[in-house]
Design a protein around this ligand. Structure first.
Ligand code: ZN
Ligand code: FE
Length: 259
């Protein structure tokens, strides 16, 4: 029986490199998924562990994050948490809203940049963050609908969370991200050690997630745009001296797009 399982998060791989995060709640056995881009692997997981599904949380509207919702709703009559842009949302959420999932609370944090209405879900009690395509391990999402300033502000909100916060992001992009980060920040020993661990994990097809806020602050160049080493690398890339934090962030985001 799944009753009495502790709060547990499972990554269900989807497509090439997405994760659909599924979590159980203490004692109640209630099960939720975040960003079900596909229904099939979710149905399979639920069947394998004899679980039901009690709700869906959505970070943003991209197809690889919502594509499985309709099929899941055909089988389960459950709430869908998302912004007004998510057409299946039954609980339209807004910045700073506290949502209660059977006694467990999550805070909605607006983090525009990847899309203008992207949100994260943060649980203080469990110290976990579901952040979609905004913060990746050693990287960040592309700027489809936001300015570099907006994205940097969003990432700064996330990096202000406690260091122990576990990061569950939408994609397994860590290895490509660390390759880019090591090129930018070659004297960062913590990063180089992490990059090596990541290579080993990925060589045997293991997940690199969750990361933590504390680790990302040490290794993620996009959270380190205020550091001299990153600013100098960005400066040599765009051939302009003395970049501000915001100019540095914009330059390395652009660089990563074509790397
Ligand atoms: Zn996306
Ligand atoms: Fe995505």
């Amino acid at each position: 029986s799944y009753i009495n399982m502790p709060f547990k998060v499972h990554g269900i791989p989807a497509f090439q490199d997405n994760y659909i995060w599924l979590f159980y709640l203490d004692e109640t056995g209630l099960t939720f998924v975040v960003d079900p881009g596909e229904s099939k692997p979710v149905f399979y997981f639920l069947y394998k562990f004899q679980l039901s599904l009690n709700g869906i949380l959505v970070t943003h509207h991209h197809p690889d994050h919502i594509g499985g919702i309709d099929k899941l709703l055909e089988r389960f009559s459950i709430p869908v948490f998302g912004t007004a842009r998510i057409k299946q949302a039954t609980k339209v959420i807004a910045d700073k809203e506290i949502i209660s999932l059977s006694g467990h609370t999550f805070e909605v944090i607006s983090i525009p940049g990847h899309t203008y209405d992207h949100v994260a879900y943060y649980s203080v009690e469990e110290s976990i963050l579901f952040c979609g395509d905004t913060l990746f391990s050693s990287g960040c999402g592309r700027l489809f609908e936001g300015t570099p300033q907006q994205m940097y502000a969003s990432l700064s909100l996330l990096s202000a969370l406690p260091s122990s916060t576990k990061i569950y992001c939408g994609h397994e992009y860590t290895e490509a991200n660390t390759n880019f980060a090591v090129m930018l920040d070659p004297d960062n020993e913590t990063l180089k050690k992490y990059a090596k661990e990541v290579r080993i994990l990925r060589a045997s097809n293991k997940t690199t997630l969750p990361s933590t806020i504390g680790l990302e602050k040490q290794i993620n160049p996009f959270l380190r745009s205020n550091k001299k080493s990153i600013q100098e690398a960005a400066s040599s890339y765009i051939k302009k001296p003395n970049l501000t934090t915001s100019q540095t962030f914009a330059a390395i985001r652009k660089w990563k797009d074509s790397y």
